[in-house]
Write a protein of this length. Structure first.
Length: 540
C-alpha cells in the first residue's frame, strides 16, 4: 500500500460501531469452531491447542457458574491469572453475563491486589489455585468479595470457593445477556503521579476501536498462517487489547506463555518451536534479547511476518538489530490505558522513520496542542490529544469524576504526553508531562511506591523517580530521608526493596536507593520530583 493510499484511507475511514455489541459474542459466534484459538505452551514447551469450539464450551460453563453465584450485569469480577486458556475463558464468561472484568497482574503484591479489588468493588475473584495460600490470608481485607473461583482441583474445607473442575460440570448452554457497544466491559488500572491508581473503564466498543491500529502495526492483519504472541502480561492493556482480544476477534490463534521472568533464550526457543508469525515486543524485551544473544544474521528457524512494539522509542541501533535478527521492519505504535493505539507505523504503507511513533491510526483524530489548547506548528512541541468521540476512549475513571473531567476536558482526551510532528505526519515522543515511571514496559506511579517505602519504620520521607537505564528504559530510584542516621544502609536498602516487592510487586521495587538529608519541596510542601530527575540525567 503506497503512501497516497494510506492518506486516502485515513481521509475516507469511517467507524461502523453497531448499537449492540458484546466482545464475547463477537469472538465466539463469528469464528469457525475448528479454528485454533489458543496455543497453550507449558514451561517445558509442551503444547496443547484449544479450538474456538473448546473455548466456547468452557466460556459457557463458567458463565453459567458466575450466574449461579449471583453475578449481575455491571458487577465487577477480578481476574488474577497469567497467560492461560483459563484467563481468556474468564474474560469471555464475564462479558457474556454483562458484567465487568477487572484484570489483575499476577505478580502484584498483596496491597496492590487488595487495593484494586476493593476500589473496583469486585464481588467475585478468579485466581490460580497455586496462589491460594497467599490469597487466603488476604481474603478478610477484601470488602466486597463473596466468592472465589480457583483453577485446578477442589480444595477441601474452603467455604465460598469453587474449583475449576466444578466449573467443568456446569451446562454448556448459555443465553447471553445483551449489551450495547457503550456498556462497560473492562476496568484496567493505570498509575498516575498523585493519589492512588485509577481504574479506566472501557466499553465493549473498545475492541472495535483497536482494530485499525492492529491492522496497521501488523501490516494488513490478519493474513493466512498468522499466529500471535507477546511476553507482555494479558492483565495490561498492551497484552489484552493489542494482542489477545483483537487476534481472537479476527479468528487468529494466540500463544499463551508468559515466563515468570523474561528469558531471552527461552523466548527465542519458543519462536523456533512454535510457528509464531506476529509478535508484540516491549522494547525492554528486545534490548535484553540483543544483550543476551547478539547476532548479525537472521535467527534461524524464526519466521516472523510482523513485529510491533510500543511504550518507548527504539534506538537506531536496536531498530537496525531487529531488522537483521528477525528480517522484519519493526512497527512502533503509541497509546495509553485511557486511549490506546492512537498512532502507529505501517511498514507496508509508508517507510517508518526511526524513533517515530508513527502516524494517526485510521479513525483517530490526533492533534498536538499547547497549554492554551491551540494547535502547534510542524516541529513544535505540544501535548498529544485525541478528539472525542472515539471508540478506544475510556468512559471515565471508576468513581473518580474529578479526575475524569480533568482528563477529558474540551472534548478531547489529554494524554499528558509531549511530542513533535514532522511534515509527513510522523509523531516523535518528547517527554511525559507527569511523573509516571516507564520501566520495562510497565507504567508506574511514584505515589504508591513511596507509600510502601514510608511503611518502613526508619524512613520519614520518600520520593521516587524513573532514572534513565539503557536496558529497561528507566529504573525505579528512591530517595529516602531516614528518621535518624542509618548505620547500615545496605541492610535498610534491602528491607525497603523487599517491602515494595511484597506490597506492590517485583516490577516496582527500587533498584537504587539514595539516603538524603532532605528532599526538594515546593512552598506548599509538594515534592519536586522534576529536580531529582534532572539530577539523574546523563551529563553531556
Amino acid at each position: 500500500m503506497p503512501i497516497d493510499q494510506y492518506l486516502q484511507k485515513y481521509r475516507e475511514f469511517q467507524w461502523h460501531i453497531p448499537q449492540n455489541f458484546n466482545i464475547a459474542a463477537a469472538i465466539l459466534e463469528q469464528n469457525p469452531g475448528d479454528n485454533v484459538a489458543i496455543v497453550d505452551v507449558s514451561e517445558h514447551f509442551e503444547i496443547k491447542s484449544y479450538r474456538f469450539s473448546d473455548i466456547r464450551r468452557m466460556a459457557y460453563r463458567l458463565a453459567n457458574t458466575l450466574q449461579s453465584l449471583g453475578v449481575q450485569s455491571g458487577q465487577r469480577v477480578g481476574i488474577l491469572l497469567s497467560q492461560s486458556v483459563e484467563l481468556i475463558v474468564s474474560h469471555l464468561a464475564v462479558y457474556l453475563n454483562g458484567a465487568i472484568a477487572v484484570p489483575l497482574f499476577s505478580l502484584f503484591g498483596d496491597e496492590a491486589v487488595t487495593y484494586r479489588i476493593n476500589d473496583a468493588g469486585c464481588t467475585i475473584l478468579i485466581a490460580d489455585s497455586q496462589d491460594w495460600n497467599r490469597l487466603r490470608e488476604l481474603r478478610t481485607e477484601w470488602h466486597h468479595i463473596e466468592h472465589v473461583i480457583l483453577t485446578g482441583t477442589a480444595i477441601p474445607g474452603e467455604v465460598g470457593v469453587t474449583s475449576w473442575n466444578q466449573v467443568d460440570m456446569a451446562s454448556e448452554r448459555f443465553e447471553m445477556r445483551p449489551t450495547s457497544a457503550q456498556d462497560p466491559a473492562l476496568i484496567i488500572y493505570t498509575s498516575g503521579t498523585t493519589g492512588s491508581p485509577k481504574g479506566a473503564v472501557h466499553a465493549h466498543r473498545v475492541l472495535l476501536g483497536h482494530m485499525p491500529g492492529i491492522f496497521m502495526s501488523h501490516q494488513d492483519f490478519p493474513q493466512p498462517g498468522d499466529l500471535m504472541w507477546t511476553p507482555a502480561d494479558w492483565a495490561w492493556i498492551g497484552g489484552l487489547l493489542d494482542v489477545l482480544l483483537p487476534s481472537l476477534y479476527r479468528g487468529i490463534g494466540v500463544v499463551a506463555l508468559r515466563f515468570r521472568k523474561f528469558d531471552p533464550e527461552r523466548a527465542l526457543e519458543l519462536m523456533r518451536q512454535v510457528p509464531i508469525r506476529n509478535i508484540f515486543f516491549p522494547p525492554t524485551a528486545l534490548r535484553l534479547m540483543r544483550q543476551t544473544i547478539p547476532v548479525i544474521d537472521r535467527y534461524p528457524s524464526v519466521h516472523l511476518r510482523t513485529l510491533a512494539c510500543g511504550g518507548e522509542a527504539l534506538s537506531p541501533d536496536l531498530w537496525g538489530w531487529v531488522r537483521s535478527a528477525f528480517g522484519v521492519v519493526p512497527a512502533e505504535f503509541y497509546g495509553q490505558t485511557e486511549a490506546n493505539l492512537l498512532l502507529s507505523n505501517q511498514p507496508d504503507a509508508f517507510a517508518p522513520q526511526i524513533g517515530s511513533m508513527g502516524r494517526a491510526v485510521y479513525g483517530h483524530r490526533v492533534r498536538l496542542v499547547n497549554n492554551r489548547d491551540e494547535a502547534v506548528e510542524v516541529g513544535e512541541q505540544g501535548e498529544i490529544v485525541v478528539d472525542l468521540p472515539d471508540p478506544v476512549a475510556f468512559l471515565g475513571y471508576w468513581n473518580k469524576p474529578e479526575a475524569t473531567e480533568q482528563k477529558m476536558s474540551g472534548g478531547s482526551i489529554h494524554t499528558g504526553d509531549l511530542a513533535v510532528q514532522d511534515e509527513q505526519g510522523n509523531f516523535y515522543f518528547v517527554a511525559r508531562s507527569d511523573d509516571v515511571i516507564n520501566s520495562s514496559g510497565y507504567r508506574m506511579g511514584p505515589t504508591e511506591i513511596e507509600a510502601a517505602i514510608l511503611s518502613h519504620p526508619q524512613i520519614s520521607m520518600a520520593a521516587v523517580i524513573g532514572k534513565p537505564d539503557p536496558i529497561r528504559g528507566e529504573i525505579v530510584k528512591a530517595f529516602v530521608v531516614p528518621v535518624s542516621p542509618v548505620p547500615n544502609k545496605r541492610q535498610i536498602t534491602e528491607e525497603i526493596q523487599n517491602l515494595v516487592r511484597k506490597k506492590l510487586g517485583a516490577h516496582e521495587y527500587p533498584r537504587e536507593v539514595a539516603f538524603v538529608e532532605s528532599l526538594p519541596m515546593t512552598t506548599t510542601g509538594k515534592i519536586q520530583r522534576r529536580i531529582l530527575r534532572e539530577q539523574e540525567r546523563p551529563k553531556p
